[in-house]
Write a protein that binds this ligand. Structure first.
Ligand code: 5GP
Length: 321
């Protein structure tokens, strides 16, 4: 049966009909994935429901200071008598990399342009600047009071997904939402310190390696790291998050690509745009997805071939409408 789009009211109706919820997001979760899942879990508990967060890769180090992050279960399988699963920031069961979701009532809450209805209830709003904005609306509609813990999780999600309020799409509503969250108890300096001033030494060493591999061809900049470089630096997969932004920070570069070699020899690609070129289409052409200005995908190696293919698509990629 064809899946259809739903609304916040549909999500609330489903929440009203069930008692036990599991919440999850995509594998290799980013700030919006972790922050929105943690906040939504607390909101459900405030509504008197039983709720747990399960993430395939657990919580990346930089997000571990978020309230209730220590309660997140890291697993590749959802066990337990959950009637419904809320999947946030994620366009398929496959991307959660979790087994055991299929038999539950599935609720998807996502703000990606590439988001597709795959669940029983699909609330997808590409106008929301982060999934956190949708979770905020959900709590407000449900009449749940914003605790400082919920506000901290949502503020961190909003801050990271908007690139500290710098990415395309950030508008007056974003700041109005940030204001509400600060009024509810989120401390902007505390949230920023936990994310931007808490890198591992390995990550900063890896940044050095990546910048040594930097190339700029016209308006396209790219950099890459290999498994060997990661090992040499003592860096892990999550340490690659955000390195692409250093490439995008170069004047004249309109789109940036970052290639990370994966253990099996394929490459994870992070794509970023300053706003003129649409990188969601490029990622989708390789089976990935994301937003016009931030997207990702995986491509086959070797490195030279991966770079060639991605650059080819970036050169012919569409402009933002
Ligand atoms: P990142 O480069 O930080 O991994 O991802 C940037 C954005 O693209 C995020 O919003 C992320 O959810 C999305 N994204 C990254 N990889 C994929 C993918 O393989 N499939 C889909 N659908 N979205 C992706």
């Amino acid at each position: 049966m064809e899946k259809r789009h739903s609304s916040v009211e549909d999500v609330l109706r489903q929440i009203g009909q069930h008692e036990r919820f599991v919440l999850t997001s995509h594998a290799r979760p980013d700030g919006d994935a972790v922050g929105s899942a943690l906040a939504c879990c607390q909101i459900l508990r405030a509504m008197g429901k039983h709720a747990d967060v399960v993430l395939h890769d657990g919580v990346p180090r930089i997000y571990r200071s978020l309230p209730f992050a220590d309660q997140v279960l890291q697993s590749h399988r959802v066990l337990g008598a959950y009637e419904a699963a809320i999947i946030l920031e994620c366009d398929s069961i496959h991307r959660t990399r979790l087994e055991g979701l299929e038999d539950r009532v599935l609720i998807s809450i996502d703000h990606h342009v590439s988001g597709r209805p795959f669940a029983d209830v699909n609330w997808i709003d590409p106008h929301a600047v982060a999934t956190a904005e949708m979770v905020f609306r959900l709590a407000r509609e449900a009449g749940v009071k914003f605790s400082p813990e919920i506000a901290t999780c949502l503020y961190t999600a909003l801050m990271t997904d908007t690139g500290s309020f710098m990415f395309q799409g950030t508008n007056e509503n974003t700041f109005a939402l940030a204001r509400e969250l600060v009024l509810a108890g989120a401390d902007p300096a505390y949230c920023a310190r936990g994310i931007y001033f808490a890198h591992s030494v390995g990550k900063i060493r890896l940044l050095g390696e990546a910048l040594r591999n930097l190339s700029v061809e016209g308006h396209i900049g790219y950099a890459w790291v290999t498994q060997k470089q990661m090992e040499r630096c003592g860096a892990i997969e999550e340490d690659c998050e955000g390195l692409v932004n250093y490439v995008l920070s170069i004047g004249g570069v309109e789109v940036a690509a970052f290639f990370r070699e994966m253990p099996e020899g394929r490459y994870r690609v992070s794509l970023r745009s300053k706003g003129k070129l649409d990188v969601a289409h490029v990622a989708e052409s390789f089976g990935g997805g994301g937003h016009e200005c931030a997207s990702g995908c995986s491509v086959d190696g070797p490195l030279a071939e991966a770079v060639r293919q991605v650059l080819f698509q970036l050169r012919r990629g569409p402009s933002v409408q």
